[in-house]
Design a protein. Structure first.
Lengths: 115, 665
């Protein structure tokens, strides 16, 4: 009867210490960014840019493997390139405003950690 | 031991409730340390659950029959392997295994993805913990594996059907697949809760979905092999409600694994994908309810218990919660991207999704209708194999064809000319194969002939995809064909791993059609020295042999088997009598011809005192392709799951661009 109680107490203590550990040291987990924060719009653009670049590569490969004919290739490549360029331009436009927003965000998160 | 076990389970429940409550508060208020503490509580819950499971296993090994669960599921005569596996041989222990797997995969998901899904993690932890708390509540309050009694001198033993080597591997793999589906659900719901519906949660969910889907698929096949070898009815899948309960989420997960590619490539189907994840998870819960509530009579189901009501309530909470969350997040999920053409890769994925989900829902109706009929009209109605076989043909054959057409279509759109050129060779090969089979006599079953023709088309399409891709890589400067092939696969593991899995599904289809449509069987009452013949095989009954072991007596009929006059050796088939359990089980004899992938199965149905036997012989053509398909399926999944350095680099670069911090993907 005594041994199970001692064992249970030992396990409970060990888990308690582990669960409480973040309150006594630096947390390994970063806080979440705000969903409507400035990085969201940029992230969407970055993802859109990556998708456009992947689509260009895919089209190139499909053309090489014979899935896309020469005529289809010529018809499809233009809009895809335009999409990629437009996304890159949009990214360049949001860059300056984001830098300022990122600085504000950093300041807020530092204040939160201090509190 | 019982007290220790009870205390551990209570501790697990406390840890998970804390993780759920503290995690939710941390997510709402953005408290980093509290979130870390909640994650630590979840990880601790896994460690303590492992300790509780270890304690129960120790009780089995020590034959501690003061624990009711141990006494009900083992005996002193049970071999050690089965004694260890007895942990999951009953309701209470298998729920403990469920909790162990849930906390294990949950902890792994939280720790491995903490950098990838930073923004989603605060809600992932409490959602996983909430689900875990429910599964910890059940063994604490409803079905405890540590309940005690006055110890009897010996246990009741293990169900004889479970005394099979597959028992040691099938349930844990099934649970890894089944329970693992909780992780993509948690990521999806967390993404919706935190309004972070970018691609990162999709990547994390897709990886865990692939992991769970692989284990579930392998487990379903292992279960089929178990049924085939041990139950002795000559088949491997009986459309049993519990078998269907595992297949339904697998089908929904298959749909997701295809449609998620459309989301990643084209930013489409975002609502559909979260619906699929929620459906997949709800189907796993429904399957669990079927197995554990005792509402259906099945070889798989556990005894009648009060657990069903708890599961129904939980399913209602999950279905309502996830539906409400999806509906409230529709504005951020919807995109303006439209399907450009009905003849494109993404359109093929959409058709495949519709067919897979329609098949899963048809099966769900087949499983649920008898229950509803019983409740509403008080009349039990059974829906048997003809219903499922009909819909397997209706949905399965177009799906098979789409597996061949889809890879040959380009993304965005394909002109009729390009499409005709892409499918020309596979189509010619398929027509040739179909005509040859028709000439060979396969026309006795139209659906069989169509399935084989479609299978030939898919195999040709897969081979062509590899060949064209390798040639393209070679033209791009790879030095050798081997380098070109390796580069092709390593640059797009998911696509080519997927094609390998397609080849596995084709083998599976060929095996299922061959064994179910073109098989033959016969039964005869034989005296020693007499013979019977089926499908070119002849079995001569030589007599019986009786052997003894601590757990069972084995009676085996000895049969000299030959094929078209050529001797194949002696095959033994008979019955085992399990002494403690007082149960007779079939021990079938199987001779496998690997070259033709054909089995001849001998089942000794009844041995009479005069030395005669009622023998059943079943010839199952191509059945072994099903098991070979399992190996190839696993290979394809491993290729697709293998960490993709390019994707890692892309995610890391993206994270640096956005947040200025690196990501460990």
């Amino acid at each position: 009867m005594v041994i199970p109680i001692i064992l249970t107490a030992a396990v409970a203590l060990a888990t308690l210490l582990y669960v409480a550990r973040p309150f006594f040291g630096e947390s390994e987990l970063p806080t979440a960014a705000r969903a409507d924060g400035p990085s969201t719009g940029r992230l969407e653009l970055v993802e859109e840019r990556d998708r456009a670049l992947v689509a260009l590569k895919e089209l190139e490969f499909d053309h090489r493997t014979g899935k896309v004919s020469e005529a289809d290739y010529r018809e499809l490549i233009g809009p895809l390139r335009r999409r990629a360029v437009e996304t890159l331009r949009a990214l360049d436009l949001v860059e300056p405003s984001l830098r300022a927003a990122a600085r504000r965000r950093e300041g807020r998160s530092r204040a939160r950690v201090r509190s | 031991m019982a007290l220790f076990g009870h205390a551990l389970l209570l501790l697990v429940l406390g840890l998970l409730v804390y993780a759920a409550v503290a995690g939710s508060y941390a997510a709402l208020r953005g408290r980093r340390r509290l979130l870390s503490s909640a994650v630590n509580a979840f990880v601790s819950a896994f460690a303590v659950t492992a300790l509780a499971a270890g304690t129960l296993v120790l009780a089995f090994v020590r034959n501690d029959f003061s624990l009711s669960y141990v006494a009900d599921h083992s005996s002193r005569q049970l071999p050690l392997g089965y004694t260890l596996a007895a942990l999951w041989s009953g309701q209470e222990g298998s729920l403990l295994l469920w909790l162990l797997v849930l906390t294990g995969v949950g902890a792994a998901a939280l720790l491995l993805n903490r950098r990838l899904v930073t923004d989603v993690l605060p809600w992932t932890a409490p959602i996983l913990a909430g689900i875990g708390a429910y599964f910890a509540f059940i063994p604490n309050a409803v079905a405890s594996p540590f309940a005690t009694q006055t110890a009897p001198p010996n246990g009741l033993g293990m169900n004889a059907s479970l005394q099979n080597p597959y028992m040691m591997i099938h349930p844990p793999l099934l649970y890894l697949g089944y329970v693992g589906l909780t992780v993509p659900f948690a990521f999806a719901m967390a993404a919706l809760a935190s309004r972070r519906v970018d691609e990162r949660w999709v990547v994390a969910s897709r990886r865990w979905m692939l992991f769970s889907w692989t284990f579930l698929g392998v487990a379903i096949l292992l279960g089929a092999k178990w049924a085939y070898e041990s139950i002795g009815w000559g088949g491997y899948y009986a459309w049993d409600p519990v078998e269907n309960a595992a297949l339904m989420p697998w089908l929904a997960a298959t749909a997701f694994l295809h449609s998620v590619m459309v989301q990643e490539k084209k930013n489409m189907l975002r609502v559909w994908n979260v619906v699929l994840i929620a459906l997949t998870f709800s189907l796993t819960l429904f399957g669990t309810f079927l197995t554990r509530s005792g509402v259906i009579n099945s070889i798989h189901s556990f005894s009648q218990s009060s657990i069903g009501g708890w599961f129904l309530a939980f399913i209602a909470v999950v279905a309502t919660g996830s539906t409400a969350l999806i509906l409230t997040r529709l504005p951020i999920l919807r995109t303006s991207v439209k399907l450009e053409s009905l003849a494109s890769r993404e359109a093929a994925f959409l058709y495949n999704n519709l067919l897979l989900v329609a098949f899963a829902l048809t099966m769900l109706w087949g499983v649920a209708f008898p229950l509803l009929s019983q409740i509403v009209r008080g009349v039990p109605i059974s829906i048997g194999p003809p219903y499922y076989n009909f819909f397997l043909r209706v949905f399965g054959l177009p799906l098979l064809l789409l597996m061949g057409i889809g890879p040959l279509l380009a993304w965005r759109r394909a002109s009729l000319r390009s499409f005709a050129r892409a499918v020309a060779w596979p189509l010619l090969f398929a027509l040739f194969a179909g005509a040859s089979l028709l000439r060979a006599g396969a026309g006795s079953s139209l659906s069989g002939l169509v399935a084989y023709t479609f299978s030939a088309f898919v195999l040709a399409a897969v081979l062509l995809e590899f060949a064209r891709g390798t040639r393209a890589r070679k033209e791009l400067g790879e030095s050798t064909w081997a380098c070109a092939f390796t580069s092709l696969v390593s640059r797009n593991r998911r696509r080519y791993g997927g094609y390998v899995s397609h080849a596995a599904v084709v083998l599976l289809a060929i095996g299922i059609v061959g064994s179910s449509i073109y098989g033959s069987s016969g039964t005869a009452h034989l005296q020693p020295g007499q013979a019977m013949s089926v499908g070119g095989y002849s079995a001569t009954y030589l007599g019986t042999r009786l052997t003894h072991s601590p757990s069972h007596d084995a009676l085996r009929g000895q049969f000299a088997l030959s094929y078209r006059g050529k001797s194949l050796g002696i095959v033994a088939a008979g019955k085992n009598h399990y002494k403690v359990e007082q149960f007779f089980a079939n021990a079938v004899g199987i001779h496998t011809d690997w070259l033709r992938a054909e089995d001849v199965m001998l089942i000794g149905d009844q041995f009479d005192k005069d030395g005669s036997v009622f023998l059943k012989i079943a010839v199952n053509p191509l059945v072994d392709l099903i098991w070979i398909a399992g190996v190839i399926f696993l290979l394809g999944s491993v290729v697709a799951m293998w960490p993709d350095a390019r994707e890692k680099r892309q995610l890391a670069r993206r994270a640096l661009e956005i947040d200025g911090r690196p990501v460990v993907a």
